[in-house]
Design a binder for this molecule. Structure first.
Ligand SMILES: NC(=O)c1ccc[n+]([C@@H]2O[C@H](COP(=O)([O-])OP(=O)(O)OC[C@H]3O[C@@H](n4cnc5c(N)ncnc54)[C@H](O)[C@@H]3O)[C@@H](O)[C@H]2O)c1
Length: 259
């Protein structure tokens, strides 16, 4: 495809949790569509491998180690994007962790860590990104990876569900606050997607084999989703093709939340 037709040609983007799963697939897809990327993760080797794959394919990406639970790390990854590429067009807050425990089994530390990564991370990053985007004549786009569990509850993960519900509402609230000032904000709500996170989650269940069978059976489309299917939806949400779309929590869930 000629560069002029690429959806993100010339855009500068930050993606968190880019070393694995949905973040990795999105990084590869955004780069293929012309975006210049800052990829962040806590697992340096995995994210570095994504940077190398993008470079080998002729794209532009660099890695910044950033733990999204830390305000300073969120601000630094965004500052690196501006220093390197001169602007920040897209912030994709995708990093997240799970907590497959009943509330009665969740320690203070469990709760603090989960909320720090899944909720405070996007808050810190969005606050810094918005300040920069407001100074750009053409604004920018924020995208948060929430979850179907931000729309409908599931058993055994109350703190995770609460965190993803918070992210959905963060996207909607920011969308309203900045709609008139050129910043679009949306949430991606994956269903059950075959990523390392899901494997870790399933393997923590009392009967992992039964958990996998139940995941497949639970989806109207009869199979798990792929990271690439989430990346395709993410690409559309951050691209100019979605220029009239803001405040949306888009399920990518094989029909799960239609039930
Ligand atoms: N896989 C699913 O079924 C599913 C469903 C709904 C929502 N999600 C959400 O999708 C997002 C991506 O998950 P995934 O399934 O691709 O998982 P994954 O585990 O494959 O990838 C998550 C990435 O985030 C990174 N990460 C974890 N903690 C971090 C931190 N503190 N700072 C920076 N990076 C950190 C990990 O190192 C990893 O590379 C998460 O927000 C998750 O909650 C996943």
């Amino acid at each position: 495809m000629p560069p002029a037709n690429r959806a993100l040609e010339g855009k500068a983007a930050v993606i968190t949790g880019a070393g694995s799963g949905i973040g990795r697939a999105s990084a590869l897809r955004f780069a293929q569509q012309g975006a210049r990327l800052v990829l962040t993760d806590v697992h340096d080797a995995e994210a570095d491998a994504v940077v190398r794959a993008i470079a080998q394919a002729g794209g532009t990406a660099c890695f910044v180690h950033a733990d999204v639970s830390r305000r300073a790390d969120n601000e630094r990854m965004i500052d690196v994007c501006v220093e390197r590429y001169g602007r920040l067009d897209i912030l994709f807050c995708n990093a997240g962790i799970t907590l497959p425990k009943l509330l009665s089994h969740s320690s203070d530390e469990d709760i603090d860590r989960l909320l720090a990564v899944n909720v405070k991370g996007p808050l810190y990053a969005a606050r810094h990104a918005i300040a920069i985007m407001l100074g750009q004549p053409d604004g920018g786009v924020l995208l948060f990876t929430a979850s179907k569990t931000g729309l409908v509850a599931q058993t055994d993960s109350p703190v995770y569900c609460a965190s993803k519900g918070a992210v959905v509402m963060l996207a909607k609230a920011l969308a309203l606050d900045y709609a008139a000032r050129g910043i679009r904000v949306n949430a991606l709500c994956p269903g059950i997607i075959d990523t390392p996170m899901l494997r870790q989650f399933a393997d923590a269940m009392p009967d992992p084999g039964a958990a996998w069978a139940a995941y497949r059976a639970a989806q109207p489309l009869g199979r798990l989703g792929t990271p690439e299917e989430c990346a395709a939806a993410a690409l559309w949400l951050v691209s100019p093709e979605a220029s009239f779309v803001t405040g949306v929590a888009l399920p990518v869930d094989g029909g799960f939340t239609a039930m």
